[in-house]
Write a protein that binds this ligand. Sequence first.
Ligand code: NAD
Length: 249
Amino acid sequence: TDGRFTGKTVVVTGAGSGIGRATASRVAREGGRVVALDISEPRLKEFAAEHDGLDITVVTADVTKDEDIAAVLEAAGGRIDALANVAGIMDNMTPLGEVTDEVWERVFAVNVTGVMKLSRAVIPLMLAAGQGSIVNVASEASLRGSAAGVAYTASKHAVAGLTKSSGFMYGPHGIRVNAVAPGGVATNIGETLRYDSELAQERLETAMAILPTPVTPDQLAASICFLLSDDGVNINGVVLPSDGGWSAV
Ligand code: NAD
């Protein structure tokens, strides 16, 4: 049977949980060969067990580590048609005056540097093939200041910049680089979130009071797979909100 990803090798980060897991699942069910990576081995094992019989290779890897990126490339075996950079972490919802170096550095390491490192490693394969699609997971926090703390917001604005620069640079070489900006999605990301600031909590809760209710990870996988597949053929360098209308607020 012919699926949108039949014959394609697709790397998905954060595949152990939430939006990454739903994306990896959808790509595999639509015929793709998936290289699924996550920092959490138990989550990856659970994901693989749920998809017995589909073409999935799991790699326990931290996107911030060069040796782990090399292991992912090795597992892919010289061909990568598409890459979904989904792994990301929240901050502790602090404004600029209260943010710690530790939170700032970890959030940037995972949300920005990890995306840069894995994409940088994949680009030569896509250039050699003359085609490729990369989808980064941005956030409402890529578009506005009222969705998270300063570290997460700045990191997701950086993802938007990385996406646009890369789409611009590589478009003529057949490589599309886009981002999806999710609104609220019910996942495990709450585990990486704390409210460490009264100021931010009051401001953010006010801003979020009239937003659409959280959706399922599958609803984000639909948007990501649209851009990741040839359905997105004429779309390059965009940050596409997939937020049920948050963008209209
Ligand atoms: P999640 O926590 O359910 O899943 C994220 C996965 O990434 C986890 O399995 C985690 O183990 C993995 N991960 C974390 N650090 C990693 C690292 N260094 N290397 C490899 N894997 C790592 O979260 P989610 O909600 O599915 O988030 C996915 C993406 O969506 C993130 O980039 C997040 O910022 C973004 N996002 C989520 C929401 C939301 O409401 N859930 C909204 C906007 C944007």
